[in-house]
Write a protein that binds this ligand. Structure first.
Ligand SMILES: Cc1ncc(COP(=O)(O)O)c(C=O)c1O
Length: 380
């Protein structure tokens, strides 16, 4: 196809390439000095004490749930309007995801519906800042404190977003925050992820989990030599490489510009599509500074049944739309676990209406105009 604009894409410049090449020419290509440097830069950017980088957002989630002691037969509350990884990472530990329906406008978990799902087995709340719009975290924390629950923020969509004027990732209202550095995200390391926390114990457990459960200090047994190491948990090889971390450091320097660009594209879309009769636009609540990982539109009643046709026509016109998301529990694997259709009606309805339009920093004015023109063409 001549012109095809994807829904999301990385932005890599000469500085990024130079940073990666420098590492390739150095002595360390994995777990060298760049890992710590990236972790410190990330922690400082979001305003948290500690960062531990992982080789994906998914492994970061696995590490976070592990560090918060999520175990077999525990329950954790989450949203169905997310990528499967948010919930899968709990399944890895034998825990049971409990899905709570979402808000119609933001697509975020409906906090008013959490309490009725809390049981004696509930261990933690894992909330997702859907599309980059922060969840109302003060309310989540109030609830978690009442029932003594841990809080995970899956902020894979929300690096650079702010809640009540403070950066997502500072963990003011949570135990840990997770980011992903997949190429469609705000910054990329190819594959990659991170866990942020202000808790030293969680931080140390994450470092060990990332490296097979092995530690080189704080031993259980007596060391019999300087080579001694000890495996204390069943961990994984979830390490990020220095090659990736160097790209992350370089990308992070451009993050504010990337966010501004995304917000500007959203502003242009908002203006062009204002009061249109076909679909509703994303919202930005007064407590939110949206980072627009996605620009999700929601078809109005009249067009809902035509979603597949509209989606196909937009793709045919070179507008690389996507859908975020099929509610997690509707996946065959989850259906086999016993989750039933109808569990979260608002999420199911949201899915029937939602289409994500292209939004990424490398989009040109021409690209944006092209998308707007083709969207109107398909509907009219
Ligand atoms: C909300 C959410 N959580 C978790 C993940 C998993 O991140 P990764 O692809 O880096 O493993 C993603 C990635 O798409 C995501 O969007």
């Amino acid at each position: 196809m001549e012109n095809f604009i994807p829904y999301g894409k990385q932005f890599i410049d000469e500085d990024d390439i130079k940073a990666v090449v420098e590492v390739l020419k150095s002595d360390f290509i994995t777990q060298g000095p760049k890992i710590k440097e990236f972790e410190e830069a990330l922690a400082s950017y979001v305003g948290a004490k500690y960062a531990v980088v992982f080789n994906s957002g998914t492994s970061a989630l696995h590490g976070a749930y592990f560090a918060l002691d999520l175990k077999k037969d525990d329950e954790f509350i989450t949203t169905p309007m997310t990528f499967v990884a948010t919930s899968n990472a709990g399944l890895y530990l034998g825990a049971k995801p409990v899905f709570v329906d979402i808000e119609k406008d933001t697509g975020n978990i409906d906090i008013s519906k959490i309490e009725e799902k809390i049981t004696d087995k509930t261990k933690l709340l894992s909330v997702v800042h859907y599309s980059g719009h922060p969840v109302d975290m003060e309310k989540v924390k109030e609830l978690a404190d009442k029932y003594n629950l841990k809080i995970v923020e899956d902020a894979c969509h929300a690096l650079g977003a702010k809640y009540k004027n403070e950066r997502i990732g500072n963990c003011k209202y949570s135990d840990v925050t997770i980011f992903s550095f997949h190429p469609v995200k705000h910054i990329t390391t190819g594959e990659g992820g991170a866990v942020l926390t202000n808790n030293k114990e969680i931080y140390e457990k994450l470092l060990i989990f990332r490296n097979h459960g092995i530690t080189k200090d704080r031993f259980i047994n007596n060391p019999d030599g300087d080579w001694y190491y000890e495996m204390q948990y069943l961990g994984y090889n979830y390490r990020m490489t220095d090659i990736q971390a160097s790209l992350g450091i370089s990308q992070l320097k451009k993050l504010n510009r990337f966010i501004e660009k995304r917000r500007n594209i959203a502003k242009i879309y908002n203006k062009a599509f204002k009061d249109n009769p076909y679909f509703d636009l994303p919202v930005e609540k007064d407590y939110a500074y949206h980072s627009y990982h996605l620009y999700p539109i929601k078809l109005k009643d009249k067009y809902k049944e035509k979603k597949a046709e509209i989606f196909r026509s937009l793709r045919k016109e070179g507008v690389g739309v996507q859908v975020h998301y099929i509610p997690v529990y509707l996946q065959p694997y989850y259906q086999n676990l016993g989750y039933k259709k109808g569990l979260c009606p608002i999420a199911e309805d949201f899915y029937k209406r939602e289409i994500s339009l292209p939004i990424f920093p490398a989009m040109t004015e021409k690209d944006i105009e092209y998308v707007i023109e083709k969207v109107f063409k398909v509907f009219i």
